[in-house]
Design a protein around this ligand. Structure first.
Ligand code: ARG
Length: 465
């Protein structure tokens, strides 16, 4: 008979290559805390229901606590021959408490066990991510308030479009991150059903209390269908989809930091704490952290694609394919935590070159729309007509190699005689942003209101949370 936990009907040991492909301990060891918590909940429920003796349950619980401490001290030896974290813990329990250990696996299977462990793991990760993303929002909102009146070019097509405020630009990311948190927490709600007690796939004949284990483990309810409970990994897909969208946002911000810190732009500066040098070019200051945030997004999206492909076409209920749900998930969720934290670090570190930003905001005829708007508001022209006249003025300024506000009034009047001196005040970038007071617009007054609203909301969450 094989020595394996499942070895009763086997006469030979597995081939080395089977052991190699089958073992998951190298990665599912990260589930140890969740596995032990779920086992403790299961054991005390079994005792309460009179399925195992109270003495045995006590031994099991104490043994599991000992194992938790052993793993945390790095003392438990992991071996591929023992397959996975569930068998490791059970084998160690048998060493510690003897035959009582064999009662723990009553009315459950590794199938509901691993589904429960992974849900707990993803739930913890979501909760930690929510806090990390909230901290990034805080960093952005603080910077935004400080730069509510700092003018910079706003771009479309990466061409100067209209002046905006730096604070407004940063708050755009606060909005994105709020949606990211919404998606993560939404995924958490659907995740929060407990598979434990579904057993291998069909439920069990033992009089278990699934409500009780679900409650102890902080789930809202037990999962209602045992086949679904052991084979569903939607919660992984949803969490990774939310993570991918968030990483996508971070990669956009990272790209902007790369652009802004390039001397060609020079809008912001990262301190030495967030830049690296080149081994050959002594002058270089490279924004490596931003580049890595941008690149690591690929791993997270890759993990999402991987799990969807693993799940595609998988018949009910459990199949070993499901073992391939873990590595990518662990990696993606911890990578997201890493890049969120690195981004918050960069936000707190970065310093805006306000002069440079302001000068750039005036380049490229970025206040041309303001001129057109003035023609509409003051002269009552239809916007299309105003657009045409402004286009002619821009063409003339371009030919004369002058910014709009340096064109003499006479030149302007040659194109539109009703233009007056007043137009010069409209052409300044400060005036331009100040006038954008429509709800959601870039006016410094708006930005202050929005930044304060976020800071208040985040502080309240922090207090309540
Ligand atoms: N290591 C396995 C996994 O991650 C645990 C479940 C094993 N179940 C089974 N029927 N062999 O999926």
């Amino acid at each position: 008979m094989s020595k394996r936990m499942w070895g009763g009907r086997f006469s030979q040991e597995p081939d080395a290559i089977l052991e190699e492909i089958n073992a998951s301990i190298d990665f599912d060891r990260h589930l140890y805390a969740q596995d032990i918590a779920a086992s403790k909940a299961h054991a005390s429920m079994l005792a309460k229901q009179g399925i195992i003796g109270a003495e045995d349950a006590k031994k099991i619980t104490q043994g599991l606590d000992t194992i938790l401490a052993e793993i945390e001290r790095g003392e438990l030896k992991f071996s591929r021959a023992l397959e996975d974290i569930h068998t490791h813990i059970e084998a160690r329990l048998a060493e510690l408490i003897g035959p009582a250990a064999g009662r723990l696996h009553t009315a459950r299977s590794r199938n509901d066990q691993v589904a429960t462990d992974l849900r707990l793991y993803v739930r913890d990760a979501i909760d930690r991510l929510d806090q990390a993303v909230a901290d990034l929002q805080l960093a952005l909102a603080e910077k935004a308030l400080a730069h509510a009146g700092t003018v910079m070019p706003g771009f479309t097509h990466l061409q100067p479009a209209q002046p905006v405020t730096f604070g407004h630009h940063l708050l755009a990311y606060v909005e994105m991150l709020a949606r990211d948190r919404g998606r993560l927490n939404d995924a958490r709600k659907r995740l929060n059903e407990c598979p434990l007690g579904a057993a291998a796939l069909a439920g069990t004949s033992f009089p278990i209390d699934r409500e009780a284990t679900a409650e102890v483990l902080g789930f809202d309810r037990p999962a209602a269908n045992s086949l679904d409970a052991v084979s569903d990994r939607d919660f992984v897909v949803e969490a990774l989809a939310a993570a991918s969208i968030s990483a996508m946002h971070l990669s956009r911000f990272a790209e902007e930091i790369v652009i802004w810190t390039s001397p060609a732009f020079g809008y912001v500066r990262l301190s030495d704490r967030f830049t690296t040098g080149s081994s050959i070019m002594p002058q270089k200051r490279n924004p490596d952290a931003a580049e890595l945030v941008r690149a690591k997004t690929g791993r997270i999206v890759g993990a999402l694609v991987q799990i969807i492909v693993v799940m595609k076409g998988l018949p009910l209920a459990y199949a070993k394919d499901l073992q391939e749900d873990k590595e990518a998930t662990f990696d993606a969720l911890s990578t997201l935590a890493l890049i969120v934290t690195a981004t918050a670090g960069m936000v707190r570190d970065l310093e805006a070159d306000e002069k440079r930003m302001k000068a750039a905001a005036g380049e490229g005829y970025a206040t041309a729309t303001d001129l057109a708007d003035w023609l509409v508001q003051r002269l009552g022209l239809p916007f299309r007509e105003a657009h045409r006249i402004t286009g002619q003025i821009v063409a003339r300024a371009t030919a004369a190699r002058l910014p709009l506000h340096r064109l003499p009034l006479s030149e302007l009047q040659a194109i539109e005689p009703r233009l007056t001196e007043e137009i010069f005040s409209v052409l300044s970038v400060a005036r331009s942003v100040k006038s954008r007071t429509s709800f959601g617009g870039t006016a410094p007054a708006n930005v202050r209101v929005q930044a304060r609203k976020w800071l208040k909301k985040l502080a309240k969450e922090h207090k309540d949370g």
